[in-house]
Design a protein around this ligand. Structure first.
Ligand SMILES: [Cu+2]
Length: 122
């Protein structure tokens, strides 16, 4: 690179055309903003969870949207741990952020045959 540049300078000088150009200035780096945690949206219909088995990474925010005409929930109760979107009216949505790895088997409080699972990886 250096020798190629030197060669170029010599050639340019010999031809009397060389005019030094100022070094380019770098654009400053953008301010660092952490990438937002991923958000996954899941649809609930009458009467099942669409995409009922998913895998996400830790920190993912899962949003359940009730696209049905019945009332539903996404509820988890296991090993003394629990989370719950509460009862979701048609059109409503509920959220849970998964900050712990593990396998979460959840259900609908209104229709206990409605089940889904979320595997949370590191
Ligand atoms: Cu339900």
């Amino acid at each position: 690179m250096v020798s190629a540049l030197a060669c170029l300078l010599i050639v340019s000088c010999r031809e009397g055309k060389y005019t030094p150009t100022p070094y380019p200035t770098y654009t400053p780096l953008p301010t660092y903003t952490p990438y937002p945690s991923p958000i996954v949206s899941l649809t609930i219909v009458d009467d099942f969870f669409q995409d009922s088995a998913i895998v996400v990474v830790k920190g993912t925010k899962v949003v359940w949207v009730n696209a049905g005409e019945n009332v539903h929930s996404a509820t988890y109760q296991q090993d003394g741990e629990q989370w719950d979107t509460g009862l979701l009216m048609p059109g409503q949505s509920g959220v849970h952020v998964f900050n712990k790895t593990g396998n979460y088997f959840y259900f609908c409080k209104v229709h206990e045959y409605m089940i889904g699972s979320i595997r949370v990886l590191q």
